[in-house]
Each structure stands twice: as C-alpha cells, then as structure tokens.
Design a protein around this ligand. Structure first.
Ligand code: HEM
Length: 317
C-alpha cells in the first residue's frame, strides 16, 4: 500500500539520504585505511543518532508539548540559509536572540542535554535534525530516515539574504528578503521563499512541510498583562500565558487535521476557536497550485505522512 503513495509523492529533486557530506577519492592502502576510519566514524554516528532518537522518544513521552518545539527548532536551523550558506548546520546556537527564534532556547538546551552522552560522535547540527525527526515519530508521525555527517557552523547565518527576491510591481508581501520566512508573506512570497536556491522545494513539499503546524502552538495576546499589551517585549512573548494550537485540537499528535481545517476555513465553516491559523497558513488554500496538495493531504493521511517524511529529509539535508 505504501509504494503507490510514495510514487505520488514526488520531490522536485531527490532528497539526500546517504550519510556522507563529502567524498574522497582513495586509491592506495593509505586510502583503504582512511576509508576504514571513515566507515567506523559513520557507524559510530549512526549508533549515536539511534541513541538520541530513543532519548527524544522518552522525553516526548514525558512532555508531549516538546515535540512541536523540537520540530520548530530543526526547521529554524535548516531553513535559515542563503544559497549554499547556512542550512542545517547547528548555527541556531548563535541565533537565539533573533526575534523569530523566540522560545527556541529551551528546546535547544534539551537537545544539547540529550546529546551529551554521544556528543563525541554526533555534531550539534545532526543532533538538531535527528531530534526533529524523532519528535515527529514520537508524536505519532512517520519514521523519517535522514542522512548524517552535517558540519557545525562556527557563527550565525546572516538574517538577511544577500540579494532580495523581488520583481517589478511586487507588493511588499511578495518580496523575500530574510533567511527566515515572515508570517505575513503572500502566496507568491511563500513559494519564492521555499523555492529559492539551497531549499528548492516543490509545491507538494512546501505544503507537506507546512503541515508541521498540525503540531505545536503559537503565542496569543489572551490574558497578557496591560504592560505587555502596551509594549510586547521578548519577555512577554517568552512567558505568554495562553498558547493556541494552529488547527489541531490535539496539537501534540501528528495528523492531517491541519489540511481539513484549512479547507473548512476557506468554506467559512469554522467556528470561533476551531483554528488559529496565521497568514502564511491560509496562503495554501488561496493558491490553486498549493491547494490541490492541501486537498490531497486532507483526503489521505498516509500520503501526507509519506510526503512529509521525504520533504523533511530534504529540508535538513
Ligand atoms: C511560511 C512558513 C512558516 C512561518 C511563517 C511559520 C511561523 C510560525 C510561527 C509564527 C510560529 C509560532 C511561534 C510561537 O509563537 O511560539 C510557528 C510555530 C511552529 N512552527 Fe512554523 N512557520 C512556518 C513554517 C514551518 C515549517 C516548514 C515547520 C516545520 C517543518 C514549522 C514548524 C512549526 C512548529 C512545530 C511550531 C509550533 C512550535 C511550538 O509548539 O512551540 N513551521 N511557526
């Protein structure tokens, strides 16, 4: 049953699932020794990743809300890139102070703590990407195979693109200028953001990944103090008293509810409190190219799971 679904789930370019990030041409006995050492390191990495997956599963079982935060952490580490610069490189360690990374300190600290016993064999970048995959699985989502061997960056990836993506006549919401997506991007902006060099995601992959908002919550202004409502500081956002699920009444459980809620939103069938979508979520039903995938994922949970797994592996490659 899985095979036809995978065939329907077609990436624009293949996800990288093999482990090595670099390859060497080896022709001598010295080469054979080096190849043996590389093989041992790769095997140690695989063991470390598997141990980390088990630790993440146990941590999510204790605290189900951790799943969404770990997935968001992996997304923010991987997507902040500019062409070949950045990507899933652990640079999130140096980017926590940036506005879009509010609340990512605790999940990063958790990943670093769980990685500690295997830190010699697993880079921070690998650990963040593996933890995101393991969190999805622990929340009832698909098992996601990802390659290993990511190198850790020594500094932050710049928050702005070297060259904005814009065309004459653009509205401001169409223009992509930052290495992270802005929640107010239009359909044009969302597609440009995820299609840009380095990410190169297809419409199907974009929609599948946005389905991540089936997990987790976002801040709301409800019950905030008057002081915070007057001046919404970082502290106010870190300690927001009310966090709302995007679309899923059980935001710690991976499912395709998000897509059904989007279609209900479009049909004006949502009641107050049924969903708390952000502008980029609804771009997915406003654009015909995105919408056909929303409809397909709303109809078929297995298709969504298969496509999400492939798209995630490509995102963190
Ligand atoms: C246009 C693209 C996207 C935008 C603008 C966006 C924006 C946001 C915002 C504003 C929040 C709320 C943060 C908070 O208040 O704590 C959020 C949460 C979240 N995002 Fe996204 N996001 C996007 C795509 C993605 C993707 C592709 C993934 C993963 C593959 C993802 C995973 C998550 C998760 C799991 C949460 C919940 C985190 C939690 O429970 O703490 N997002 N996102």
């Amino acid at each position: 049953m899985l095979l036809p679904l995978l065939l329907l789930c077609t990436p624009a370019s293949p996800a990288r699932t093999a482990a090595p990030r670099r390859s060497f041409v080896l022709g001598s006995s010295c080469g054979a020794l080096l190849a043996g050492a590389a093989g041992r390191r790769a095997a140690a990495r695989e063991r470390a990743a598997s141990a980390l997956r088990s630790s993440v599963a146990a941590a999510v079982a204790d605290d189900p809300a951790l799943a969404g935060t770990l997935l968001r952490l992996a997304f923010h580490d991987a997507t902040r890139r500019d062409g070949a610069r950045g990507g899933a490189d652990g640079s999130i360690r140096f980017e926590l102070a940036d506005a879009e990374n509010v609340r990512l300190g605790p999940p990063l600290a958790r990943v670093l703590e769980l990685r500690r016993p295997v830190a010699a064999d697993l880079s921070v970048a690998d650990a963040v990407a593996v933890a995101g995959a393991a969190a999805v699985e622990a929340a009832g989502g698909p098992a996601i195979r990802i390659g290993l061997g990511r190198r850790d960056a020594a500094k932050a990836t710049p928050p702005t693109l070297r060259r904005k993506i814009e065309r004459p006549g653009d509205e401001s919401r169409d223009v992509v200028s930052a290495t992270m997506p802005q929640p107010g991007l239009s359909t044009v902006g969302v597609r440009r953001y995820f299609r840009r060099p380095g990410l190169a995601l297809s419409d199907q992959e974009i929609v599948a990944l946005m389905g991540a908002h089936t997990l987790g919550r976002h801040n709301s202004l409800l019950n905030m103090t008057k002081g915070c409502l007057r001046n919404l500081t970082r502290e106010c956002l870190e300690d927001a008293p009310v966090r709302l699920p995007f679309a899923n009444p059980d935001p710690d459980r991976f499912s395709s509810t998000y897509f059904r809620r989007l279609l209900e939103w479009d049909a004006r069938r949502l009641e107050r409190g049924d969903a708390n979508l952000i502008p980029t979520d609804v771009t997915l039903v406003l654009d015909p190219g995105f919408r056909r995938h929303v409809e397909a994922f709303a109809r078929s949970e297995p298709l969504f799971r298969a496509c999400f797994a492939r798209a995630y592996a490509k995102l963190v490659r």
